[in-house]
Design a protein around this ligand. Sequence first.
Ligand SMILES: Nc1nc2c(ncn2[C@@H]2O[C@H](COP(=O)(O)O[C@H]3[C@@H](O)[C@H](n4cnc5c(=O)[nH]c(N)nc54)O[C@@H]3COP(=O)(O)O)[C@@H](O)[C@H]2O)c(=O)[nH]1
Length: 933
Amino acid sequence: MINKISTIWRFILPVLILLAAAPFVLITQQTSQQLESIQADADEQAKTLVSLLSVTDELVTDKADLSMRLLKEQSQALGEPAIDGQVNTQDRVVPNLIFGSTPITNFFKLVDDLSSLVGGTATIFVKDGDDFVRVSTNVLRVNMSRATATILNPNTKAFAALSLGKSFHGVVDILDEPYITRYDPMYDANGTVIGAYYVGYKVDMKVIRDAVRNTRQLKSGFAMVLDGKNKVRFHSAHVPFSQAERLFHEQPEGWKFVTEEIPNWGFKVVVAYPLSEARAIGLAHSWFIIITAVVLGTILLVIILWQLRRLVVNPIGGDPALAIDVVKRIAAGDLENDGLEAKPNTLMSNVLNMRQKLREGIAALRESSERMVLSASVFEHAHDGILITDVDLNILNVNPAFCKITGYSREAALGTHPKNIGFVDNDPQFFEKIQQESEYAGEWRGEAKNLNNKGESYDAWIDIFAVRDDAQKITNYVCLFSDITERKQAADEIEHLAFYDSLTHLANRRMLIDRLKRAFFSSKRTGKDGALLFLDLDHFKTLNDSLGHAVGDLLLQQVASRLTECLRGGDTVARVARLGGDEFVVMLEDLSSHPIEAAAQAEAVGQKILATLNQPYQLATHEYHSTVSIGVALFGDHVDAQDDLVKHADIAMYQAKRAGRNTMRFFDPLMQEAIDTRADLERELRKALDRQQFQLYYQIQVDQLNRPLGAEALIRWIHPERGMIPPFNFISLAEETGLILPIGEWVLDTACAQIKAWQTNELTRDLTISINVSAKQFYQNNFVNQVQAAVYRHGINPSLLKLELTESMLLENIEDTIVTMTALKEIGIRFSLDDFGTGYSSLQYLKRLPLTQLKIDQSFVRDIVCDSSDKAIVRTIIAMAKSMELEVIAEGVETRDQQELLLKIHCKQFQGYLFGKPITIDELDASLKASLR
Ligand SMILES: Nc1nc2c(ncn2[C@@H]2O[C@H](COP(=O)(O)O[C@H]3[C@@H](O)[C@H](n4cnc5c(=O)[nH]c(N)nc54)O[C@@H]3COP(=O)(O)O)[C@@H](O)[C@H]2O)c(=O)[nH]1
């Protein structure tokens, strides 16, 4: 229905109906008004005609009254009326009426005088029996003779009144002419009616007749005057008499008759008109109103339509009923797309948009609710534990699997922090890190050790991710986890079986090869060497054969555990494997990049193993003594395949067997020789300190005018057989063996003693001594105390002692370095940064070190004259030192050209062969004496 009739039409239709009905109502009303008006007009016409007659009546009646009075007065002037016998008149015998003595019959003077005086007619009647007979009259017959002896028509009202002794006043038709008459009874002296007086005036009907004749009611309507016998006396001229008479008598329905009675006369005035004409006139009158109403109505309708469209339909964007229908359907939950379209930016378009959005929203909600139901189901039934926290990691919800895995009830978990219920027990800072990192990553997964509610540890696979709101702000964390303890154990077991020896639980050959691959790769990347030690127990077969395999197995197990034990906590990374039988392999990584040093490190480990495995074994009830032969191959022995390295070590092991067992051999003979030499050197070095074979040489340091500033103390080993051994040949060995600590202490003490000696001489008391400090020495816990003790012991000015440190050693642990240097600086000790320019010092770090001096490495000085890049580096170092307010000393200055160039670029301190090689103190003192004098 709504679709069939639009709201506009539903609005317009009643208006149109009203507009259409209005003319009918108007016509009806107008016609009815017109009919009433015509009716009133007819009434008015009738009344006017009546009043005309009434006026005539009044005028004539007054005249008749006056005439009657005069007639009586004049009669009575003659005397009292009486009857005196009879008299004959016109052949009729009638009582003889006399006034006084005057007979009245045929006495005409009274009546004629009256007529001549006031007009009209007059008559005196005598009563004869019941009749009233005219005895004196000036009323004429048709033949113009006086109408004496005629009687008053007994059928008239006048006769009836007189018979009763009453007067009569009214219109009487006399000879078809209307007369206004007055009849008064005449009494004799006894009061008996003996006769009657009459006066009458013929009514002049001309005026009335003319008025009636000219009367026209509407077009066909007319007026007429009827007498008391309903005889038409006058009628409108435009209507024939017969028609007027017929219409009056027939009184047809289509005609309206208005009748007015004329009192006294018995006449009536009738105004008649056809109703059809009245209606036609009403209709004619209504046309203007109808047309006006239709025009105004149409204009009104157009305005209403225009405004309706402008104010309602256009903003709505369609039929309002349609919009209401759509809204109702939306309210009822019907959001189906019915293909409706609307102009943009209208209510309808917005409603349709809203419906579209609602539909999409509900679809999304439905989908999300389905997902939520699914999620809830997953949450409840998941085998993995799930916990949800707020942004501060307070637990908001946990699932049943959580309770099953952790043993904590839901109530116990809610509101608490995961770490309070044993999550990631292996990393106390874990959740802080997660929170810090989640801003960027938002997701973390991996293995962790958790504790259950009984405090038992279990392996968990944890997957944590952050949930963010629309503004990408983290609102929650969700943690999914599973207990992988059993899985891990099974995997570990499988791995163990695949990669480990079941008897000793050491790595097997497969594992060894795999680790070797990685170690090779790492060695190539870092440049650090590695070694493989191939171990074979001596005479193991004999043990097996004599005491049985079970005892043999016991030995193997104890060897394995001793190997593991003795290699734990060493300086190098060591991994132990059993290849089978009595063969073991030890892999060493991160050895020195220097082959000899690497070999020495490997040799040291080998020696340790030999010593460890040499200890007696308790094999069940048997005490047993075993030895081992070890073959060593270095990664640097030009092998690419891991198997080759194992073979090399195996070959070396056989060499050890051939050498008498219970010993170690290197695969490379040269290496073996170097190792042997080194071993000798170490033994010698250990004795050297006790035997005072060390001596300090001093190399002078000068200013820009070649004046002595001090000297660098450089150690020399004066070997009784090998002669003077330079520091290059033994310092690194001393560092590796730890002998550098007593050696360094000796250097410090000797240098302080020398400063003290110089302090006693005025010429040398301001000279400084620089000593080289190795990393091991510097990072001793008591190094600061050591220096301080030496300074106090010798009572020297600490500012004359300069410690030379290298960049690489300082940066090993910058924070500890700063602490140590600062403590020494507080004592008054000064620092020189040795070999400057060869390391990768960051300015940022250098700024934090309390340095006094930068020592430009001799490698830059060597070619400074011919190599522009060296010159640029040195210039930069000098500029940088200046900006940091540090002194600069150039070492290795051998030529005058080098010095001059360095002077030009503002280097003011020098050390090198140009000024003097390292020499004994005696030589230096002699030289100083000469130059300072
Ligand atoms: N921990 C300790 N280390 C020490 C000690 N004494 C020395 N050393 C370290 O040995 C390095 C080598 O010293 P050395 O062989 O004595 O060489 C020094 C000079 O002889 C040499 N030099 C000096 N001037 C010249 C030159 O003009 N030409 C040239 N070819 N060589 C020259 O330079 C070495 C001094 O170097 P530096 O120490 O960097 O100033 C030595 O570098 C120390 O690391 C010790 O007691 N303890």
